[in-house]
Design a protein. Structure first.
Length: 135
């Protein structure tokens, strides 16, 4: 439940703090912008698959991911792995984990309608990553 989600979010923050610096050194990449952080996350924990979809780099600190299919909400529900309530919870939790993996990043997700039906050619969901201003 929520306690496990909080622990997972904290774990991803620790992974980012440890792994990102090492990956940046290995890749000879100086993470100055959001796009650099996304590259490191893709090389690291998401290297097996990452998020599939259409990536748009608006600028180095603003990236949009349009996903036309969702494994959690479409495949897993249709296969009976999750019910709709659990799938929504999983996706909302994924947003928190992703923010933890990308320090200083704000992630806004435009979820599909509750019936999970989107018009043809329309993204199932849209993830908008922006770099937070230093406080």
């Amino acid at each position: 439940g929520d306690e496990v989600a909080e622990i997972a979010t904290e774990a991803y923050a620790l992974i980012a703090a440890y792994e990102n610096a090492k990956l940046a050194e290995l890749c000879r990449l100086e993470p100055r912008h959001l796009i650099d952080d996304i590259k490191l996350a893709t090389i690291g924990i998401d290297a097996t698959n990452g998020y599939q979809g259409e990536w748009e780099v608006v600028d180095p600190d603003h990236v949009v991911l349009r996903m036309y299919e969702c494994e959690v909400m479409q495949k897993y529900i249709s296969e009976g792995v999750f019910d709709a309530k659990k799938a929504w919870w999983m996706c909302e939790n994924e947003a928190r984990i992703s923010q933890a993996l990308l320090p200083g990043t704000k992630l806004d997700i435009q979820f599909p309608p509750e019936n999970l039906q989107v018009p043809p050619g329309t993204p199932f969901c849209v993830w908008r990553y922006t770099k937070r201003e230093p406080t």
